[in-house]
Design a protein. Structure first.
Length: 266
């Protein structure tokens, strides 16, 4: 990875930190924060020497970068949440940040994240945006696919709302992007579902809906945590994954992105 490609990598859910303003008020423990994050996403998609990157160290439970700016009080799934994806209470009884605290938190963490994305797009040098996530092997409680097994890789390029269906890039481009990953992940076994899928479920994320309507093609890439959060690679006591496995997967992910860039990105 030598010359930077004209690609913006967005990682909204890889953080595990509690904001300073909320530290001590949380009820959820370290394991809960870990398992509800896009675990290891900030390392798996860390290609900052080869592409432009925007990420965050803050946990999605306390500041969700993939929610609309006016949804801070939405229950259960606004910017600042009261329950986790699996129904765990996040804050201690009768404690939730007030209007002033919420405003300060959004100003300090949420707005700079999105400002950085807009700045990169405004510069006009980016030819592809990839929103990167890890996903639980089985759909969690509030997901549209709750209780159903998931593939190891899912790619999305479709946004559906009450009015219309929007494609963030041509479907052929999304299919080509997914095919580039099949070459490197076809031997991975960690799912009882199909290994690869395109638009497995309708995207409701704010990032894809907001930046996927620019002129720059955009894709959402999700990698299953079943590939590394398992008995073979994961230590449940230390919440650590085998470094060699993370590096192996990171190289495979980048190989897929680089292959797509070489073949289709003009």
């Amino acid at each position: 990875m030598k010359t930077k490609l004209p690609i913006l990598i967005i990682i909204p859910h890889g953080g595990r930190e509690v904001p300073d303003e909320l530290s001590g008020y949380e009820q959820i423990d370290e394991f809960g924060i870990f398992i509800e994050s896009d675990a290891y996403a900030n390392r798996l998609f860390n290609f900052e020497d080869a592409a432009v990157k925007t990420d965050t160290s803050i946990s999605r439970l306390f500041v969700d970068m993939d929610r609309p700016p006016l949804s801070s009080h939405d229950y259960p799934d606004g910017i600042i949440k009261k329950e986790s994806l699996n129904g765990r209470k996040i804050f201690k009884e009768s404690i939730f940040p007030d209007e002033i605290a919420i405003s300060n938190i959004i100003r300090r963490y949420y707005q700079p994240f999105h400002d950085s994305i807009r700045e990169v797009i405004h510069n006009g040098e980016i030819k592809l945006i990839i929103e990167c996530h890890t996903m639980m092997p089985v759909g969690p409680r509030y997901a549209k696919d709750a209780g159903r097994p998931r593939p190891i890789i899912n790619v999305e390029n479709i946004i559906k709302n009450e009015i219309r269906t929007i494609r963030t890039c041509p479907t052929e481009s999304a299919e080509n992007f997914l095919s580039c990953f099949k070459k490197y992940f076809n031997n991975e076994e960690f799912t009882v579902s199909e290994k690869f899928s395109l638009n497995k479920q309708d995207s409701t994320g704010y990032i894809l809906q907001t930046y996927g309507q620019n002129k720059i093609p955009m894709l959402k890439l999700s990698i299953s945590t079943s590939l590394y959060l398992n008995d073979k690679y994961f230590n449940y006591d230390t919440l650590a994954v085998d470094n060699l496995r993370i590096e192996e997967l990171r190289k495979k992910i980048w190989a897929g992105i680089e292959r797509y860039s070489e073949k289709y990105l003009r």
